[in-house]
Design a protein. Structure first.
Length: 162
């Protein structure tokens, strides 16, 4: 058996975790568009005009009576939000406005602009009874289930075998 000497330094280099880059999807979309146009020229598709600048965080939960959709929209005013319900879709649109659109911005890390959140609904909801409330930057939309879709306990009839 051969023994190989191992050198051990007194000072080990510190290993640090790499920092995750912050991505702005609006920037990413513009860069990708420029890249495709530089490669394909006029054959590249036109940029989408209605691309939302940001998407708010959404939680969707369910209880016995309803589906509950909670959307984080801090800073968005109630008058700047719309909630629409169609056959199979809940659509929440809104806009977070800049505090002063005429001022010169040196750096912006907060989200501003329009958003359009679409959520597919199951077919067993009561669209006429949907309600929404906004409190402390949290939009809560309650979509009640139809009575026929709610679970029902079936009683077992007694027989001679009991």
């Amino acid at each position: 058996m051969n023994l190989v000497p191992v050198r051990r330094d007194r000072f080990q280099p510190q290993v640090t975790e790499p920092q995750a880059p912050t991505l702005d999807f609006g920037d990413l979309h513009q860069r990708m568009d420029r890249l495709f146009r530089s490669i394909f020229g006029e054959l590249a598709p036109e940029p989408l005009a209605e691309v939302p600048r940001w998407q708010p965080a959404v939680d969707i939960s369910e209880n016995e009576d309803a589906y509950v959709v909670e959307i984080e929209v801090p800073g968005v005013r109630r008058r700047d939000l719309t909630v629409d319900v169609s056959e199979q879709e809940l659509r929440v649109r809104g806009e977070l406005r800049a505090s002063d659109p005429n001022r010169r911005v040196w750096r912006r890390t907060r989200r501003v602009g329009e958003f359009d959140q679409r959520i597919r609904l199951p077919g067993d909801v009561d669209r006429d009874a949907v309600s929404a409330s906004l409190s402390r930057g949290l939009l809560r939309v309650t979509v009640p289930k139809l009575a026929a879709a709610q679970p029902r306990r079936v009683e077992i009839a007694a027989t001679d075998e009991d």
